[in-house]
Design a protein around this ligand. Sequence first.
Ligand SMILES: [Zn+2]
Ligand SMILES: [Zn+2]
Length: 153
Amino acid sequence: MDRKQLILKLRETFDIRELVCEHVFNAFGEKAWQFFDQQALESLLILRTQVHKKAMTINTWKDGGPLTQRGLRCNICQICKDKTIANELYMSAHANGAAFDYDVAGQTSEESRQQVIQCAYMFTNRIRLEGKVTWVHFDVYDDPNSIQKVSIF
Ligand SMILES: [Zn+2]
Ligand SMILES: [Zn+2]
């Protein structure tokens, strides 16, 4: 999908502040859309409009909520910063604009994961989910050795 069209569509239901941390928004504003992986954005639109068809909660900081690191994580976001200080590698898809953590209104994370698995055919790219967490972690990292459309790690 044309990137401009894709972002226009996403902006009908998502504010960029729900997808990035305050650090990035304060520095880049709406230009922060540029940091996202194309497949991650295409997948997010499919999740919102075709898979769940309900409000998805990602970051909540714009409304004074505590969630700030569920979309793009920059190098000074706490999770990344802590890893760097500890001299530990951090290659999370969140740090590459390729992951979202979310909750869908009115359903458990397991119910949401099952919906994604059932709708796997709707995605043009391979997708990954994190199992057994109380939120949905969705990303588009693509292991070339993987043969499955959906991998759960
Ligand atoms: Zn940050
Ligand atoms: Zn995550």
